[in-house]
Design a protein around this ligand. Structure first.
Ligand SMILES: Nc1nc2c(ncn2[C@@H]2O[C@H](COP(=O)(O)OP(=O)(O)OP(=O)(O)O)[C@@H](O)[C@H]2O)c(=O)[nH]1
Ligand SMILES: [Mg+2]
Length: 301
């Protein structure tokens, strides 16, 4: 950083319905994987800060869980965390999946933003999946809702439009000291991030509802003399039958999950990883406050 330049810093909350591409966009801004992504809804379970540097400006993106009508205790905690992120931020971005358009979840989010008089910018994401005229129709429909200052059209996947957005954000955050050291990419510690990477593999490799019945925790983290690290993680499930599926025939499924997670962890951590996964049945883990602690979620939200 050029120290003679006046530093700027801002917190930017990324909000939206599940699966609209919030985490993909945050990773794109940061230029590294700081938050997990999957084709399934409700992948992100807590707030994750991803930090980007643009010249003398630090942009702190707050990835949030998708906002939807909560049913379970975990859903409520996730949605509360997302709204908490919205309130704390200097700038809010509401992401909409341009292909899906305005669904019930998005409509409800807009209503609440209106009620709370929270202004925000609209980001139409996944523009790679929709034709220009349809995109413009959607932009007009949404701008009529009256709460958006700017409208951006991007593809978080290809990166289209993201650099222009970063420039805009850089020009719109306030002068002030940076909140994080220059080399920090995220507020997540390595233990939690590695549990999240394994959870992402569960979302990618298990079918239907099963990922929602799981959670992953890092139990031990042991630095080895040769520079490698031994990580032991527990995958909690609700029932024996789920455990059987995760293990797979002769342990084939869990080996595959462990292998893909380990390879990515080695890349992220930049060293050899010995990853050991254990599956435990904990019938009501989603009602156990202990399971919320690592994430900093409020079990009573
Ligand atoms: N085609 C296309 N797909 C995208 C784009 N952005 C995200 N996706 C895909 O959309 C899916 C959901 O992406 P996520 O980033 O996990 O979405 P999210 O909003 O964080 O989802 P939750 O955490 O569940 O709320 C993934 O399969 C992404 O690859 C995009 O610009 N274009
Ligand atoms: Mg997400």
């Amino acid at each position: 950083m050029n120290t003679s330049e006046q530093t700027k810093c801002g917190f930017i909350a990324v909000l939206g319905a599940p699966n609209v591409g919030k985490s993909t966009l945050v990773n794109r801004f940061v230029g590294a994987k700081v938050t997990i992504v999957s084709p399934k809804v409700q992948t992100t379970r807590t707030r994750v800060m991803g930090i980007a540097i643009e010249g003398a400006t630090q942009l702190v993106f707050i990835d949030t869980p998708g906002i939807f009508k909560p049913r379970r205790r975990l859903d409520r905690a996730m949605v509360a965390a997302a709204w908490g992120g919205a309130g704390d931020a200097d700038i809010r971005l509401l992401l909409v999946d341009a292909e899906r358009g305005v669904d019930g979840n998005t409509r409800a989010i807009i209503e609440r933003l209106k009620e709370q008089k929270l202004r925000c910018h609209l980001v139409l994401n996944k523009v790679d999946k929709i034709k220009k005229p349809d995109l413009l129709t959607l932009a007009t429909q949404l701008s009529e809702m009256g709460i958006f200052d700017e409208i951006f059209m991007v593809s978080a996947l290809s990166g289209d439009g993201v650099a222009d957005m970063a420039t805009f954000l850089t020009n719109h955050v306030s002068e002030g000291p940076w909140h994080f050291p220059e080399d920090q990419l995220s507020d997540m510690n390595e233990r939690l991030l590695s549990a999240e990477i394994t959870r992402e593999k569960l979302y990618l490799q298990l079918h239907q509802e099963l990922p929602y019945a799981t959670t992953v925790e890092t139990e031990t983290w042991t630095e080895k003399k040769d520079g490698s690290v031994k990580i032991e993680q527990v995958i909690f499930v609700e029932r024996d039958s789920q455990k059987a599926i995760i293990l797979g025939k002769g342990g084939k499924q869990i080996r595959k999950i462990g292998e893909t997670s380990r390879l990515e962890l080695e890349e992220i951590l930049g060293r050899r990883v010995h990853l050991f996964l254990f599956v435990k049945v904990r019938e009501k883990w989603a009602d156990d406050p202990e399971r919320y602690r690592d994430w900093g979620l409020d079990p009573n939200a």
